[in-house]
Design a protein around this ligand. Structure first.
Ligand SMILES: O=P(O)(O)O[C@H]1O[C@H](CO)[C@@H](O)[C@H]1O
Ligand SMILES: Nc1nc2[nH]cnc2c(=O)[nH]1
Length: 308
């Protein structure tokens, strides 16, 4: 039975910071959050996992779980999207301690990007050095099929083009530098290992690498938008991950990200299909056994090889 933690000392939300959209969390705020968790968990994970839509099964695979509903964690936002459970789950995968976000935060929920990405900084403060971020995404690359996995080799930060960035505002050097590089955001060794694991698991044909792009959502894209994104070089499109990765790289975490292709983007005016979130979640469920195994193998690799 997982141990579900409650926070008796602070009633729901009472400990939450009441901040406007321009006022980011301070280092001290996030240290309080980290301290709250560290004093309640008897181990320190160095690997963090973010579950994409319908991919909460990744956290279900953990053993000796200790679960924290977001409502009870000081300063944490709450999840509002179906398919995102809203729990931080600590536990073991193959005997390796990990922490898993079973539910992430999206810009379209009304949260500024720094708030969407704050759990990444909390992970850093509790000792996480490696982040595995998963997401559900629409496939733009003609080779992709529903249920395929795309290892993210790069991203196009569409929100960033308009000046919206999780690092906007004063920079605290204790997290990282004012101007972090982003050309090696996605760890090459882990992408290659992802492909190797896929081949070993007999799923080599369904794993690709490609470029992810994040839009603000919540609407799915128009045909013209998708055609434009394809021309720009995007292979998959979603509404998350990029701000988490920027935040993780800013504080020097090693990152692996992958997209589960849950739908094929419609770039033809004659096609009458309509993308929908139910389909997105169903594909996550359909692929849950494969995803659990894939992530478990990658966690084992990270624990053994500590790629930088
Ligand atoms: O990126 P994740 O959280 O996996 O979810 C993706 O799926 C949802 C749309 O169905 C959007 O939230 C999009 O970002
Ligand atoms: N923006 C976007 N997000 C998604 N998440 C899952 N599928 C899609 C998609 O087609 N577009």
């Amino acid at each position: 039975m997982p141990q579900v933690c409650t926070n008796n000392s602070h009633k729901n939300g009472a400990k939450k910071t009441d901040m406007n959209n321009d006022e980011s969390y301070t280092y001290e705020n996030l240290s309080e959050t980290a301290e709250f968790l560290l004093t309640r968990v008897p181990f320190k994970p160095s690997i963090g996992i973010i579950c994409g839509s319908g991919m909460g099964c990744l956290a279900d695979a953990l053993e000796n779980k200790k679960e924290f509903p977001y409502e009870i964690i000081p300063h944490f936002p709450v999840s509002t999207v179906p398919g995102h459970m809203g729990k931080l789950v600590f536990g073991y995968l193959s005997g390796i301690p990990v922490v898993c976000m079973q539910g992430r935060f999206h810009y379209y929920e009304g949260y500024p990007l720094w708030k969407c990405a704050m759990p990444v900084r909390v992970m850093k403060l509790i000792g996480v050095s490696h982040l595995i971020a998963s997401n559900a995404a629409g496939g733009l690359n003609d080779k992709f099929k529903i249920g395929d996995i795309m290892l993210v080799k790069d991203h196009i930060n569409m929100l960033g083009f308009a000046g919206n960035n999780p690092l906007k505002g004063p920079n605290d050097e204790r997290f990282g530098p004012r101007f972090p590089p982003m050309n090696k955001a996605y760890n090459r060794e882990l992408i290659d290992q992802g492909k190797k694991v896929a081949r070993e698991l007999g799923m080599g044909g369904m794993v690709h690498e490609g470029t992810y792009t994040c839009l603000g959502g919540p609407n799915f894209e128009t045909v013209a938008e998708l055609r434009m994104l394809k021309m720009l070089g995007a292979d998959a499109v979603g509404m998350s991950t990029v701000h988490e990765v920027i935040t993780a790289r800013h504080c020097d975490m090693t990152v692996l990200a992958f997209s589960l292709i849950t739908n094929i983007c419609i770039t033809d005016y004659e096609c009458h299909d309509k993308p929908n979130h139910e389909e997105v979640m169903d594909v996550g469920k359909m692929r849950q056994d494969t995803l659990k195994l894939f992530v478990k193998k990658l966690v084992e690799y990270i624990a053994q090889h500590n790629p930088q």
